[in-house]
Design a protein around this ligand. Structure first.
Ligand code: CIR
Length: 253
């Protein structure tokens, strides 16, 4: 069970953040509404929320997931691979000191974004991407193994972050899209497969009794409901415009 989450309000500078999408400029008022709905959905899942104020100097800092990886026992502060985002970890480290005694960090020349780390029970999968390099992944694996977890490094072919295309729903069930559908590293799991046109819905989060998914993906929702999961749907358009998904907007622990 998750008891806490950390989220961060997007600032006005959000519209100048990093993106590879051609979906147009985000609308700030709509963005704030969508963020507020996200926070309400998390509260409905029964967690307490640490809500950080906006930081205009870091346009992408609402995507808090990239700054840390949290478990019930320890936290790893990352070393984000994008220069404009790297300073986001300072605030997060201070926040995490209030919650964790065992606090690790990824050190240069290693880089790692939290979006590249997926936890499935006692196993971490670490993507190597444009943001996470081999050294960052190696450091993460070493820390995770020393803490008694298994860890597998997964070089990405196309996805931006590992969790852009995969999510774990417990009960041995992986939501998979694109290059992860037939990936040997995920062979042992049952699969909920997301087709290419619905790929954005592969980034979803299990928070206690609910799976939060982006709105507008009926087939993904149907498959989840059929598998026995209750779903909460959220409009995510303004986050998608900046390459962000549901998991990126919170740290859950
Ligand atoms: C970035 O490029 O860093 C942000 N615009 C999007 C980050 C999304 N984070 C994630 O997938 N974990």
């Amino acid at each position: 069970m998750f008891k806490h989450v950390i989220v961060k309000t997007p600032g006005r500078s959000y519209v100048n953040g990093l993106t590879t999408s051609d979906l147009g400029a985000p609308d700030y008022e709509t963005l704030l509404e969508q963020h507020a709905a996200y926070v309400e959905a998390l509260k409905a899942c029964g967690v307490s929320v640490t809500h950080l104020p906006a930081s205009e100097e870091f346009p992408d800092s609402t995507f808090v997931e990239d700054t840390a990886v949290l478990t019930q026992e320890f936290a790893i502060v990352t070393n984000p691979g994008a220069d404009s985002r790297n300073g986001e970890i300072k605030e997060m480290e201070l926040v995490l000191k209030d919650f964790y005694k065992r606090l690790y960090s990824i050190k240069a020349p290693g880089t790692l974004d939290g979006g590249d780390v997926l936890q499935a029970d006692d196993h971490f999968y670490i993507g190597i991407s444009d943001r996470t390099n081999e050294e960052g992944a190696r450091q993460f694996k070493e820390i995770a193994e020393a803490e008694g977890y298994q860890a597998t490094i997964v070089p990405l072919q196309k996805f931006f972050h590992l969790k852009t295309g995969i999510a774990y729903l417990g009960n041995n069930l992986m939501v998979v899209a694109g290059e992860f559908i037939d990936h040997p590293d995920f062979e042992k799991y049952d699969k909920l497969t997301v087709p290419a046109e619905d790929e954005y819905s592969a980034n979803c989060i299990l928070v206690n009794d609910y799976v939060i998914i982006p709105k507008g993906y009926e087939e993904t929702k149907r498959k989840m409901n059929q598998a026995g999961y209750q779903t909460i749907e959220l409009e995510m358009s303004e986050f998608q415009k900046q390459d962000g998904g549901l998991s990126c907007l919170s740290l859950r622990f």
